[in-house]
Design a protein around this ligand. Structure first.
Ligand code: SAH
Length: 241
């Protein structure tokens, strides 16, 4: 899958994309991440990418010409999303949708934002990572790269890891434990050391339910509450978190 990113800080994004899970996926040819420096398409000696806003006001706005020139030269995979607080908010369902597609592209704004003609003339949509304002789109691009990239088939080592994690069935994930068996007087739950795989699976489902009811009742409502079997699981394992 190819993902193109347009930014005035290419090193931030390419550094991130070269490490860990994404870095390995790029090396193995599963992901083709291309980062484009918007300054390469400026035409003046100062490599100007911004201008003051028409109508007045504080700060600077990214000019349309270097962005449009950069996008046209790269002919990037579509959809091309403008990153910004006004877009559709990324969630796991959208990450899955994007990971199942052919590719996508991300445009990072900076300063006060991007000349609106970029949105209307070259972008296919807007994407936000949450209801807060960042200083630029680079961190948002990294969030999208990682959330989508890890779901591309083959990127995660264990094919099962995406199936059981948070949000995969409308629930948060059950708690995980590793060595030591006891830490600061707190023991790993006995069931996880029992070797009884069916009981472990039932315990994990019960813990995921309790955790979701406690921390994210909104998710519980969305999935329509508890089934009869789930109520039985809670009776079996209790409501302690
Ligand atoms: N003045 C704008 C914010 C500009 S922030 C406003 O009030 O809406 C500068 C850049 O950071 C934006 O162009 C966008 O690319 C990026 N950015 C800021 N918040 C973001 C968010 N929640 N999601 C994705 N990108 C964001």
């Amino acid at each position: 899958m190819r993902i193109d990113v347009f930014t005035i800080f290419p090193d931030m994004v390419s550094g991130f994309a070269g490490q860990s899970l994404l870095g390995r996926a790029v090396e193995r040819g599963l992901l083709d991440i291309r980062v484009h420096d918007l300054r390469e398409h400026t035409t003046d000696v100062h490599r100007t990418v911004d201008g003051s806003p028409y109508g007045g006001g504080a700060g600077m706005v990214l000019r349309p010409e270097p962005i449009v020139a950069s996008v046209e030269a790269a002919d990037p995979p579509r959809p091309l999303f403008l990153l910004g607080p006004g877009g559709r908010t990324l969630d796991q369902a959208m990450a899955r949708e994007l990971a199942a597609g052919e590719g996508l592209s991300l445009l990072c704004g900076r300063y006060e934002g991007v000349d609106d003609r970029v949105r209307t003339e070259v972008c296919d949509g807007e994407l936000s990572i949450g209801d807060y304002v960042l200083g630029g789109g680079e961190v948002a691009a990294m969030v999208v790269l990682e959330a989508v990239g890890r779901l591309v088939p083959g990127v995660m080592g264990n094919a099962e890891s995406a199936g059981e994690e948070s949000f995969s069935d409308g629930l948060l994930e059950y708690p995980q434990f590793t060595k030591p068996a006891e830490f600061r007087g707190v023991a790993v739950p006995e069931v996880l050391r029992s070797g009884d795989h069916a009981r472990v699976a039932r315990w994990r489902h019960a813990r995921a339910l309790v955790r979701t009811m406690r921390s994210r009742p909104d998710l519980m409502d969305l999935r329509g509450g508890l089934s009869a079997e789930e109520e039985a699981l809670l009776l079996e394992f209790g409501l302690d978190d």
